[in-house]
Design a protein around this ligand. Structure first.
Ligand code: BG6
Length: 475
């Protein structure tokens, strides 16, 4: 659909940026913090681990000053569960909680809205040892943890996110890492974990509404659209299969509290269906999210499955690189799009499409909580970082958001990944995403100095003008 004029970004649009605790904070064992699954996992040889990360734990004041200079209206970050409950449950670690109290006060001092993720991949290792999300006790631990946060931070936070990318955790657990010497869980186990996370999420959302009536809460999933490789009807079925299994089924549960029928048939047929206890679905239904947060990076192109092992690509897959699944779909190349250095498809129009589909299906406002391009940015001798590819990436995605707004989609905010350089989930520090460069090497920590990239100055201009200046169509 084309329009004569695009709608402007809303006046109170949440221009933001994102990080997650374990990828930015460092100080992995400071002030009583317990170990998380992330602290206990193997890292690819020669890549940065998460012990120091970007040292935000010690430098958050300096970082927030820079976020203010950048003009951020919102900062999306996560709380490390192991700082609050070092063993996942038990006694509150006041020193850990103090960090987030101070961080939130600092943000509010500068008029930056905190958007807080309760759990971003870093499950306490003590809970993992007892079966992690496979054990229903983790549901209670998550509720207890959320209850402390709502009680102690609730007055100051208006936007909460429950679980970051539950679909990545279930469909691509290897991308997030597994504890040393561990094995990837079976699909049956993963779907049981998924069910427990949904019950926990439903209960926590209901608790938030009860304890913090002024606040809004929603799930944060990795959403995308699937293109069928050709006009062959069987390709369309395969694309629908994968779009449902990868995206809709998670949102159908989070929003409507019901198992998508196609997903359930897929699970039943393979004997992967979870055990659902009495009251679980009611608990999931009572969650009633206020908005949907989506992380969007890429799209995928899908063809009919041939039904044998050749469906599965020999490449290494991750949260964005689809591998194929016999009997479900086969991953194909898309000749119309470029890819990043790491093989992720660059598809801004796919963001407009995804926003339209999500909004049409659920009719809830949307916050984009991640979107960005990873690259090995270079620091020049004169102290500059020319990341034009990042400007182009974000610019083209913002333009498509404006198209989506014009299509009638309610988009509340945009928080690209990342506010500042962070450690990538599985590709170390060389794969940078931030508007702010952190002077450290893959293994060499250096001085961790913060340096503004070209994208910093460009994004500042976009925010200052509420999206009027700095986008393609305005040139
Ligand atoms: C998202 C995660 O899937 O992708 C982030 O929520 C992650 O934690 C981001 O960093 C980019 O992925 P990666 O693997 O390049 O760090």
């Amino acid at each position: 659909m084309q329009y004569e004029k695009l709608k402007p970004f809303p006046k109170n649009f949440l221009w933001g940026a994102s990080t997650s605790a374990y990828q930015v904070e460092g100080a992995w064992d400071a002030d009583g913090k317990g170990k998380s699954v992330i602290d206990m996992m193997d890292h690819p040889e020669g890549t940065a681990g998460f012990t120091v990360a970007s040292d935000h734990y010690h430098r958050y004041k300096e970082d927030i000053r820079l976020f203010h200079e950048l003009g951020l209206k919102a900062y999306r970050f996560s709380i490390a569960w192991t700082r609050i409950f070092p063993d996942g449950a038990g006694e509150v670690n006041e020193k850990g909680l103090a960090l987030y109290e101070k961080l939130i006060d600092e943000l509010l001092h500068y008029g930056i809205e905190p958007i807080v993720t309760l759990y971003h991949f870093d499950l306490p290792y003590a809970l993992e040892e007892k079966g992690g999300w496979g054990n229903r006790e983790t549901i209670d631990a998550f509720i207890k943890y959320a209850c402390v946060l709502f009680d102690r931070l609730g007055k100051k936070v208006s936007y909460w996110l429950t679980i970051n990318e539950q679909n990545t955790l279930i469909l691509h657990p290897g991308a997030v890492g597994i504890p040393k010497g561990g094995k990837l869980p079976s699909k049956k186990d993963l779907y049981q974990q998924n069910h427990h996370m949904l019950v926990a999420q439903g209960k926590v959302m209901a608790l938030c509404h009860e304890m913090c009536p002024h606040a809004q809460i929603g799930p944060a999933l990795n959403m995308t659209s699937m293109y069928q490789a050709t006009s062959k009807p069987e390709d369309a079925i395969a694309a629908h299969n994968w779009e449902t299994i990868r995206g809709w089924s998670f949102l159908d549960l989070a929003i409507h509290g019901r198992y998508n029928r196609l997903l359930w048939s897929y699970l039943e047929n393979r004997n992967w269906q979870p055990m659902v206890e009495e009251g679980d679905l009611v608990a999931i239904q009572k969650g009633n999210p206020d908005f949907i947060a989506i992380n969007y990076y890429s799209t995928a192109t899908i063809a009919e499955s041939t039904g044998d092992a050749s469906d599965v690509s020999p490449r290494a897959g991750d949260q964005q690189i689809m591998l194929g699944e016999p009997g479900v779909y086969r991953a194909e190349e898309n000749p119309y799009v470029d890819k990043t250095k790491y093989g992720w498809v660059i598809d801004p129009v796919g963001l407009r499409l995804t926003l339209r589909k999500v909004y049409e299906r659920y009719n809830l406002p949307i916050i984009i909580t991640e979107n960005g391009i990873g690259a090995p940015d270079e620091l020049n001798e004169d102290g500059t970082i020319h990341d034009d590819y990042r400007i182009d990436f974000i610019k083209s995605h913002l333009e498509q958001i404006q198209w989506a707004l014009t299509d009638g989609v309610e988009v509340l905010g945009y928080c690209p990944w990342a506010a500042i350089d962070v450690v990538s989930t599985h590709q170390g520090y060389g794969k940078r995403y931030g508007f702010i460069y952190v002077n450290r090497g893959e293994l060499d920590i250096l001085d961790l100095k913060r340096i503004r990239k070209d994208s910093f100055f460009w994004y500042k201009r976009v925010i200052e003008s509420n999206g009027v200046d700095g986008l393609f169509h305005n040139y």
